[in-house]
Design a protein around this ligand. Structure first.
Ligand code: TYM
Length: 329
């Protein structure tokens, strides 16, 4: 029996080079090997307020982006989370199985809760990992490609699946996380101590968006913060900026770090940045050309309707099994 792979992206803004290199590329590279599911995590996008118009646009943007990045609807089921109601139901059930201490430990929650405004932290931010648990378990998922920041949530999924299976009998498949060795945490170009995020406080200079104007994207790479060592060398602790650019280059071209280091022996950062800028520009040009084709609304609707039907079939079976195990059915 073929194994199942699943991942999702929150459509809460334009997708970034971090989303592509940390998750989507890994998914695309493996999609032929698995029964593959990729979804728009739109319920996750509303864990904090997002303007409805912006959300609608972000959903369309994300589906066109999935396709432009190489997700193949003939091989992969593409769907929108909110179209498959079982996510909500299983999310609810899994929330009841989770200890407050487990959710309080989540580093994503801790870091985002710190930046929330003074009128309080939305419950959505606190419980969203258990919805993610449901997203994964509904499809009997074996492998979940994500960036480093989501690893803890997949580990929580394993803990909860194990607890559920012990309590109610074998019901869930145990998922494995796949965090690629290179590019699992692309850093902000202006502050290489922080992750590259969809929302970048410092006027977006630190984040490359997949739809960035090509010249602007190149400028962002050229003005990336580096260090005074003046040697192209992979050392995440002492040279985070240069190491980040090396990760970007290596992840896109496949060249390993030692080969990059060899090529740049005795050469300056300017030349190195120019190469990274060109490689990123080529990638963006390719994605953007395809993106324009996939903005077709009819095509998108067709894919989402078909995707939801396929996803729903599996999700319903799993939820039925869960209810049986728990005595709800
Ligand atoms: P989200 O939308 O924040 O990010 C989508 C994917 O992109 C990865 N990522 C990065 N990887 C490397 N470097 C970066 N700078 C970077 N920024 C983002 C994330 O790790 C993620 O893999 N909760 C999830 C979406 C989700 C999900 C799921 C994923 C919901 N349910 C089930 C997998 C399985 C999220 O907010 O991802």
């Amino acid at each position: 029996m073929r194994k199942t792979m699943l991942t999702g992206v929150r459509p809460s803004g334009s997708l970034t080079l971090g989303n592509y290199l940390g998750a989507i590329k890994n998914f695309v590279d493996k999609q032929e090997l698995y029964d593959s599911y990729i979804f728009l995590a739109d319920l996750h996008a509303i864990t904090s307020y997002i303007e409805p118009k912006k959300l609608k646009h972000a959903i369309k943007d994300a589906i066109a982006m999935y396709l432009a990045c190489g997700v193949d609807p003939k091989r992969t089921t593409i769907f929108k989370q909110s179209d498959v109601l079982e996510h909500g139901t299983l999310g609810f059930i899994m929330t009841f199985q989770t200890k407050i201490s487990e959710l309080s430990r989540m580093t994503q929650y801790k870091s985002k809760a710190n930046t929330c405004h003074k009128d309080g932290v939305d419950t959505g931010l606190f419980v969203y990992p258990t919805l993610m648990v449901a997203d994964i378990l509904l499809y009997n998922t074996h492998i979940v490609p994500v960036g480093k920041d989501q690893q803890q949530h997949v580990e929580l999924t394993r803990d909860l699946a194990e607890r559920f299976n012990k309590r109610y009998g074998n019901t869930f498949e145990m998922p494995d996380v796949y965090v690629a060795p290179v590019g699992n945490k692309i850093l902000n170009l202006q502050n290489p101590l922080e992750k590259m995020n969809k929302s970048d406080d410092g006027n977006n200079k630190g984040t490359i968006f997949l739809l960035d104007d090509i010249d602007i994207a190149k400028k962002k790479i050229m003005s990336a913060v580096t260090d005074g060592y003046n040697r192209v060398h992979f050392d995440e602790d002492n040279q985070p900026g240069i190491s980040n650019l090396m990760s970007i280059l290596s992840k896109i071209t496949g060249e390993d770090f030692s080969s990059i280091e060899q090529r740049y022996l005795g050469r300056g950062y300017g030349e190195f940045k120019r190469e990274v800028a060109e490689v990123v520009a080529d990638l963006l040009r390719d994605i953007q050309a395809k993106y324009r084709i996939y903005c077709d609304e009819e095509l998108q609707n067709h894919i989402l309707v078909e995707g939801a039907k396929q996803a729903e079939t599996i999700a319903k079976e799993t939820l039925f099994r869960v209810k049986q195990s728990m005595g709800l059915q």
